[in-house]
Design a protein around this ligand. Structure first.
Ligand code: SF4
Length: 289
């Protein structure tokens, strides 16, 4: 029984958001024509009208970390469940099923011929575990920083996966199998490069895959309102100055996708991405985020 109240900002109809919402933004990214922000929560701006909108709304319902989205029309929830993880591009997937332990942080799944990777972790949910099994299991779990580990330990145990975390973040996963020390880049293999980016936390790391996909944790995200890259000075737990220096270092890399833990993901042509990150570096130097 959901004891949370239906928010009065919701459009009338069978789909609504309750006061359990923690304003993590997940639903607004997955179903942007249905959900919007109002009074510090998400809310249903208008009821889904098409099959595509219902599907997106059910994806949001499943991905919500606090079960704050309710649908009085059942729809095809089993089919929506089977859609996860959601394909983004070229064997890179968004996991959904965000966890309240990571405040609704996004996690990603990478299918590789020499062993699949999970980047940060979702909730440990049977239907998702089954899908990972069908897709070849999990070999490696890359943890960007301490806040977004969620159920990484359960996935590591279930799949016999090794977890990679930085020494300064190890308290969040004390029995991690591989600990990165220091601040040097780590060329893991010919497709994977780990870049240590102190700032948000002291041991934050990002993962660059094939020089196309950058998994950024809470270091870097897309600001859909300004149409630019952003960093979160309000949520910088270690050093804003060091985060600026880390951003400068990252600007030398080439990539098309920014896939964050919090904030919106984005794909841009590499030259536009370079300009966007350079602009952010300059903003951070000037003291504005
Ligand atoms: S996904 Fe859930 S918790 Fe996150 S903003 Fe939407 S309703 Fe709120």
């Amino acid at each position: 029984m959901n004891s949370h109240r239906r928010l009065d900002t919701n459009a009338p109809g069978p789909l609504y958001v309750t006061s359990a919402c923690i304003d993590c933004d997940t639903c607004r990214q997955l179903a942007p024509t249905v959900f919007t922000e109002a009074k510090g929560f998400s809310t249903v701006a208008r009821q889904p009208e098409t099959g595509v909108e219902w599907k997106q709304a059910l994806h949001a319902l499943l991905a919500c970390p606090t079960a704050a989205i309710v649908s009085e029309e059942k729809g095809d929830i089993a089919k929506a469940m089977a859609d996860f993880p959601l394909l983004l591009e070229d064997g890179v997937y968004y996991c959904g099923y965000t966890s309240p332990k990571s405040f609704g942080g996004s996690s990603y799944f990478i299918v590789r011929s020499n062993g699949n990777w999970l980047v940060d972790a979702p909730r440990f949910v049977p239907s998702l575990v089954r899908r990972f099994e069908e897709m070849g299991g999990i070999d490696t779990i890359f943890l960007t920083h301490r806040d977004d580990v969620a159920d990484a330990k359960l996935y590591a145990e279930r799949f016999g996966a090794k977890r990679i975390i930085h020494a300064f973040e190890r308290a969040a996963q004390p029995d991690a199998e591989h600990v990165i020390e220091g601040f040097e880049d780590v060329r893991w293999d010919n497709e994977m490069k780990i870049v240590v980016v102190p700032g948000h936390t002291r041991g934050s790391m990002v993962l660059l895959y094939r020089e196309r996909f950058l998994f950024t944790g809470d270091h870097l995200a897309w600001d859909r309102h300004r149409g630019t890259l952003e960093a979160f000075d309000d949520y910088c737990w270690y050093s804003w100055e060091e985060q600026g220096l880390s951003m400068e270092q990252l600007a030398a890399e080439t990539f098309e996708w920014v896939l964050p833990g919090h904030g919106e993901r984005v794909k841009l042509p590499p030259a536009d991405m370079k300009k966007a990150i350079q602009r952010l570096v300059e903003e951070m130097r000037d003291g504005s985020p």
